[in-house]
Design a protein around this ligand. Sequence first.
Ligand code: SF4
Length: 176
Amino acid sequence: MSKAKIATCWLDGCSGCHMSLLDLDETLIQVARKADIVFGPLVDAQEFPEGVDVALVEGAVSSYDDQRLLQTIRRRSQVLVALGDCAVTGNVSSMRNGIPVKKLLERIYVQGAAEAQAVPSDGVPGLLKQAGPLHETVKVDLHIPGCPPKPDAIGFAVLELLEGRKPDMASKVKFG
Ligand code: SF4
């Protein structure tokens, strides 16, 4: 029997949700028996593949690059999971939303820089006016809140999804 395909992705987040994913410990072995990880910071693939069964996405949508990647993930994935509070609500990533983008970039790259004081125009993803949760850009099938979510909540959700069931997260998660 062929294994399912899992992808993980890191948009505007701190990687803490991926650290929590790694903390699954022995549950990782159960997951590995049922699925291969085909994309994400933990593997070397450069392009998000077709035919993903479960995509776990950390972080808010903050840039045009985030937006494009998330739309690709949605098109190519059966189940899309918002992993952690930044993906679920915007959380820490959306704290910049009260500041206009131009002012924010000038504060960082001009006033805050000791040298080469200029807002870069090359190689830096263009920021959206507001950072927001995944569901404002695409349909999300499951939310796993937490900052970061607890490993047992992630493990429960992934194993249930791999069995073809929609996980009942009520007893596993809380916001904040
Ligand atoms: S939810 Fe918390 S741990 Fe996860 S990316 Fe956001 S700030 Fe980091």
